[in-house]
Design a protein around this ligand. Sequence first.
Ligand SMILES: *Cc1c(COP(=O)(O)O)cnc(C)c1O
Length: 466
Amino acid sequence: MDYISTRGSAPALNFEGVTLAGLASDGGLYVPREWPRFSIDEIAAMKGLPYAELATRVMMPFVKGSLTEDQLARLCADAYGSFSHDAVTPLTQFNEQHWLLELFHGPTLAFKDVALQLLGRLFEEFLSRRDDHLTIVGATSGDTGSAAIDAVAGRERIDVFMLHPDGRVSDVQRRQMTTVLAPNVHNIAIDGSFDDAQAMVKRMFGDTAMTGRFRISAVNSINWARLMAQVVYYFAAALQLGAPYRKVAFSVPTGNFGDVFAGYVAAQMGLPVEKLIVATNVNDILHRALSNGDYSAGTVTATDAPSMDIQVSSNFERLLFLEGSRDGLALADQMSGFEKTRAMRLTNAQREGSAALFTSARADRSDMQNAMHWAAEKCGEIIDPHTSIGLHAARAAGIDSSIPVVTLATAHPAKFPDAVESATGQRPHLPARVGDLFEREERYDRLPGDYDAIAQYVAERATPSA
Ligand SMILES: *Cc1c(COP(=O)(O)O)cnc(C)c1O
């Protein structure tokens, strides 16, 4: 499979190339040149497969030429063996119409593990072929940092430098990063905000003194391999609810548009999807874009669902490209306009194309609390604040009652105990596998919010590229 950039001027790459590159050299994102499509019979034959085997079946068309089926199967078995539930992403029921897809049984209790556990293993496979070394640099305000650290801890060819704003992540979130003591894991608390940390990471990607010596890579959801791994659980859930002979709708708590974009990919591959409901909190740029074409960034409001507190959704560009007649140069113009003014209108083609599959809803603080309360009182399910936004949107979407609606549960409630307790009166407990988090030894360094200090720190500890 070949991959092309959404901005039309970077070279096409194969799967190995896009996995190691992350962002395309023209600033765009990689998408497959065409969608592989399964027949009804092929989808029917996937029913009942163990998760790792289903994952191999669904992802194989995307990795052809870079991995054999045996290699992919081995990586999937290993990655999904790290989950604490045999079904990996089990489906539970709220009521006659509403279902919950639990994506939080990985090592760090959020759905990001599903993709990052595989991505860490893909990196290792491709780096060992090239006898090369990777330096991952990231900034995190929450779940990505811990999921990335867990996925690469102890891997010889990778160093990870993760910046978090000192004192501004929750204790659970910080400890999930700083108690990983492997020598290739470097946690840095910086004196500043998340935006300061993010700005320094961006600067490093453009610093040729650094990129000339080290193969620097990101692990955020611009990486195609992450989206690809997330396609699998849409198949897993729909197959349990009657696919390919019955349509299913999905409601997805959305920030960077990665998770819900994977649902769009599943539909392009032939999975019968009725609707994808994009659920946002009050940071609602995507809801405005999908409901009236207004894609304009404001300022971020902090909410109880911090992983969805975003201004700009990087993966939305992929949808704009695909629904905008795949015209990369036109999109490059549209995006450079947006980067200057922080605002743009979707074209008619982009709006009409998106409306075929997507709908959206926005949840404020009381919508979130009501949804958590309803799930606890009426269904005996404790859900986290992010998931509650999805559930609110699922119930508000007006989907025909004959169609099952699956809300994606993106985090374990114990990651956000205070918000859950205030809505439900019940305090969720950490699962046994991380129950000793608060007894573990922590290790991290504190640095000033100063680019040169960070760059020097990384340069002293990273391994140069081959
Ligand atoms: C990252 C995250 C989201 C948002 O997912 P996107 O792919 O960025 O849209 C939602 N909920 C939780 C708990 C997350 O960690």
